[in-house]
Design a protein around this ligand. Sequence first.
Ligand code: SF4
Length: 359
Amino acid sequence: MNAKKEEKKVENSPKTCDKCKSPASIILAYGPHNYCEKHFTQFFENRFKKTIRKYNLFRAKEKILIALSGGKDSCVLLHLMHKYYSKNNTLEALIIDEGVNGYREKAIKVAKENCENLGVKYTIISFKSEFGITNDKLMPLILNNPKLGGTCSFCGTLRRNIMNKYAKKFKADKLATGHNLDDEVQSFVMNVFNNDFERMKRMSATSGIIDHEGFVKRIKPLYETPEKEIIAYCAMKGIKHYSQECCPYSWTAKRNEYREMLNHFENRFPGTEYSILRFYENIKPLIRPSEKEKPILARALHECKTCKEPTERELCKACEMIKRIKLEQKEGKQNSKNKKHLDKYNKALTCSSTKGSRN
Ligand code: SF4
């Protein structure tokens, strides 16, 4: 056999697991690593635990409130937190109902089932009960007036307000979210493109830069886990999650463009996303406030006049946004033309092109 034929034979030969030499079920091009199902799940779970240790995300005995949407990321987070930390920590879930008819209730059903199967206590809080408005009412108003901000960033601000408020109410030490590697890298690149240095400073496996009694630390145990691997892990472990439809407003998110661009780079040059994350971790100590500056920043915070959440202004960002929306509603600026525009895109786009935003 000549050298060319020999080369082709090697290329076409089935890949075997790096650990046990049985046929590989998954190939992680950035390694490269080839794993069978058993060794992939071991690798995946070890990385999850390592991230928690490396970034010192929480300690034994702490109470962790898990933000659960019913999607793959938060369901995997719930399962792994339960598998490894339910003996030494108190776990509870917070499910937020943004009020998106025909979509949210299905995801909430899956989220509840996961909690019930694992015996994790959960609470559902809705935008309607907290802010008197649903996403279905909010979104046409936002689309009609771009000055109000992006749809997903609006929704994200309201969600963060609820998460922090209820984490305090439930006396949680930490609030865990399902943000994954792809989400974090997209946020980093978005912040560069938007010249949003302030938001960039707050990124990392633990978000926030100020230690203040009004804030519960947000932690991201899936910070170093690629999204594709979460999908594979869900399939291998049979973790129930909601994936049939996307939020009908997700097509409006600018983040979709960043996802597409970064996915392209990752496919072409495996490891790009990890490189971006490492770059951010390298510059983080240089851009974050010093220990001396932190108490000064904390002192600038006081309670929001409406919801009592910490803010530098009279109203926190969520209450300020709601105030502007109510004004917009009063003025009757809702434009039916844009509603039609929204419906048209809802039908045209599918989950492969959009995904819930991670604001
Ligand atoms: Fe909110 Fe956007 Fe997520 Fe829909 S996709 S739930 S609008 S953040």
